[in-house]
Design a protein around this ligand. Structure first.
Ligand code: ZN
Length: 141
């Protein structure tokens, strides 16, 4: 579909009108939640949101979404590969998937990036990457 490597991802200023592009939206602050969107021209039809802490080498996958009419064509898989490509030697965890059958089926096909139990570092907690007051922000590490 599209090459997910980091080197092929573009930023907002490099978006053109017609191409299929993976567009990197950097987080506003280090360890905050950033995103990669799959866009056709200026229209985004899929997005993955995640947090990376380069200092602690932790990555947390927050969400993946693809517009319904664009599903089942590999868009979600490409987004996951694109996020992973930005943090290849990181310890990846994910927010719990819940029980939505579409979500469960998606991850069963693509393969989870890590355990469904987020393991945030202090920077990621400060940035609110995991829901506040959740059991994951307790200091059990
Ligand atoms: Zn950190």
């Amino acid at each position: 579909m599209i090459d997910p490597r980091s080197s092929r991802q573009v930023t907002e200023d490099q978006v053109d009108e017609y191409g299929l592009r993976l567009v990197l939206l950097r987080p506003p602050t280090a360890a905050g939640i950033g995103a990669i969107q799959l866009r056709l021209g200026h229209t985004a039809f899929g997005e993955i949101r995640f947090s990376l802490c380069g200092h602690d080498r932790r990555a947390i996958l927050v969400s993946v979404g693809v517009e319904e009419k664009h599903r089942r064509r590999g868009a979600g898989r490409v987004l996951v590969a694109a996020a992973r490509a930005r943090a290849t030697r990181y310890h990846w965890t994910m927010l719990p998937l819940g029980e939505d059958p579409v979500t469960v089926a998606f991850w069963a096909t693509v393969g989870a990036v890590g355990p469904q139990s987020p393991h945030p570092c202090t920077h990621q907690i400060e940035q609110g990457v995991v829901p506040a007051e959740s059991r994951w922000t307790k200091k059990w590490w």
